[in-house]
Design a protein around this ligand. Structure first.
Ligand SMILES: Cc1cc2nc3c(=O)[nH]c(=O)nc-3n(C[C@H](O)[C@H](O)[C@H](O)COP(=O)(O)O)c2cc1C
Length: 164
C-alpha cells in the first residue's frame, strides 16, 4: 500500500506529526511550500495569516516532489488558522486532482480548532475520509506524549486502511 503524507506547517508542529505518521507507515512525505509565505513570528503572524484565510487565498506552491494520485491513501495535515485550514492547503486542493482518494486528515491547533475537519471534508467531497485527528501544539506541550498519541492513532488506523 502506497501512502503519502501531505502537510503544511508554519512553525513545525504539523511537520512533527507528519514525520511521525510517515515513520509509522513508511510513507512518503510532501511538504507544501507556498512560493510566497509570511515570515512574521510576532503577533503580526495572526494578522497576516488571518487575512489570508479571510481572503480565501490559494497561494501558488513550490512544485510537488510526489504525485498524490499515485498513492492509495493520502494524509493531509494542516495547522488551524482562524478556525480553519491554512491557505497552503487551499492552494494544494485547488491545484491537485484528488478525486476518489482515500484520505486521512490531521491538524495542529492552539486549543480552538472548531470545525476545521468539517471544513476540509466539505472541500474533499468525492473522497473517502478514513479518519481525522487534532493535536494541540505538540512541540509546546510534551512532544514525547504527542509521539505516543500519533503512534496510538496510527495503530488504530491500520485496520481501517486495510494494513495487517
Ligand atoms: C495565523 C494563525 C492563526 C491561528 N488560529 C488559530 C485558531 O483559530 N485556533 C487554534 O486553536 N489555533 C490557532 N493558531 C495556532 C496554531 O494552529 C497552532 O500553533 C499550530 O500548532 C501551529 O502549527 P504549525 O506549527 O505546524 O504551524 C493560529 C496560528 C496562526 C499563526
Amino acid at each position: 500500500m502506497k501512502i503519502l503524507v501531505v502537510y503544511y506547517s508554519y512553525e513545525g508542529n504539523t511537520r512533527f506529526v507528519a514525520e511521525h505518521i510517515a515513520e509509522f507507515f513508511h510513507a512518503d512525505v510532501q511538504e507544501l511550500k507556498p512560493k510566497i509565505d509570511m515570515h512574521s513570528r510576532s503577533f503580526m503572524k495572526y494578522v497576516w495569516g488571518g487575512k489570508m484565510v479571510l481572503m480565501r487565498e490559494k497561494p501558488d506552491l513550490e512544485p510537488l516532489k510526489y504525485t498524490p494520485s499515485d498513492y492509495d491513501v493520502v494524509f493531509i495535515g494542516t495547522p488551524v488558522w482562524a478556525w480553519t485550514f491554512t491557505p497552503a492547503i487551499n492552494g494544494f486542493l485547488a491545484g491537485t486532482p484528488l478525486q476518489g482518494k482515500r484520505v486521512v486528515l490531521f491538524y495542529c491547533h492552539g486549543g480552538a480548532p472548531r470545525g476545521v475537519a468539517d471544513k476540509l471534508k466539505a472541500l474533499l467531497q468525492g473522497n473517502t475520509i478514513l479518519g481525522e485527528k487534532g493535536f494541540q501544539e505538540p512541540l509546546k506541550w510534551r512532544p514525547e506524549e504527542a509521539v505516543l498519541a500519533v503512534r496510538t492513532w496510527c495503530r488504530e488506523l491500520k485496520p481501517i486502511l486495510g494494513i495487517e
